[in-house]
Design a protein around this ligand. Structure first.
Ligand SMILES: [Zn+2]
Length: 81
């Protein structure tokens, strides 16, 4: 991401990657950072819900990605209990 903003020099392969310029405003705006934090917290919450799921995990993943699922898969750990 930093490379995309042109604020780095060097590269990982040569082990000389360094930040060479100020971070762009887009990466330091508080409102953008707050929104990013909110999205990351939502993803973490969804991960916790997945870990605590008692219904079919495959159905959970399908629902997360907005796909239809025909009930329980019969193969995941939740379905096998
Ligand atoms: Zn299942």
């Amino acid at each position: 991401m930093l490379d995309r903003y042109g604020v780095t020099t060097g590269n990982l392969e040569n082990q000389n990657l360094a930040v060479s310029a100020e971070l762009p405003e887009a990466l330091s705006e508080q409102s953008d950072l707050d929104e990013k934090r909110r999205r990351e917290q939502q993803k973490l919450y969804t991960m916790v819900q997945y870990a605590k799921a008692t219904n079919c995990r495959r159905a959970f993943i399908h629902e997360y990605f907005g796909l239809r699922h025909g009930g329980r898969c019969g193969a995941c750990d939740c379905c096998q209990i």
